[in-house]
Design a protein around this ligand. Structure first.
Ligand SMILES: [Cu+2]
Length: 152
């Protein structure tokens, strides 16, 4: 027991030394407004970290379920899947956009109206530490032709 405790302590010190919190900048955050009865939507943004980090989760006070997703072509089929950790390489702007990475908003109980502001909390991990980054995504009306989750 004692040995286990000592190892844990040593690891904590190492993690603390290597891990000043990442400085994360989020810009152009927006969410797609929904039609009545549509249970899912998505939010998009650009994320930049000044140190190597990962986006490992997200939540919202107004959306029951929030996941980080990726959309991509597999063969000639567009597939979507959850991403447990989205790499945010040091100094590089990572874009979440329609047809690619996105923050999936799920189990919506009511429509998201254009102009509404959706508060999101991103969970960013760097050097073994997690930090929360608050983001406000303004809802924009959906426009035709964009890739939609409901028909893939
Ligand atoms: Cu999705």
């Amino acid at each position: 027991m004692k040995l286990g405790f000592m190892i844990f302590t040593a690891m904590s010190v190492l993690a603390a030394q290597g891990a000043a919190a990442a400085n994360v900048t989020v810009s152009d955050a927006w969410a797609r407004a929904t039609m009545p009865g549509q249970p899912v939507s998505a939010a998009y943004m650009q994320i930049k970290s000044d140190t190597d980090a990962k986006l490992v989760g997200a939540s919202s006070s107004v959306v029951p379920q929030v996941e980080v997703h990726e959309m991509k072509m597999e063969g000639d089929v567009m597939i979507m899947r959850e991403v447990k950790a989205l790499d945010l390489p040091k100094g590089k702007t990572v874009t979440l956009e329609p047809g690619g990475f996105h923050i999936m908003l799920m189990n919506l109980k009511q429509p998201i109206a254009a102009g509404e502001v959706i508060p999101l909390t991103l969970v960013i991990e760097s050097g073994g530490k997690k930090q929360m980054v608050d983001v406000k995504a303004e809802a924009r009306a959906r426009h035709g032709g964009a890739m939609q989750h409901s028909n893939h």
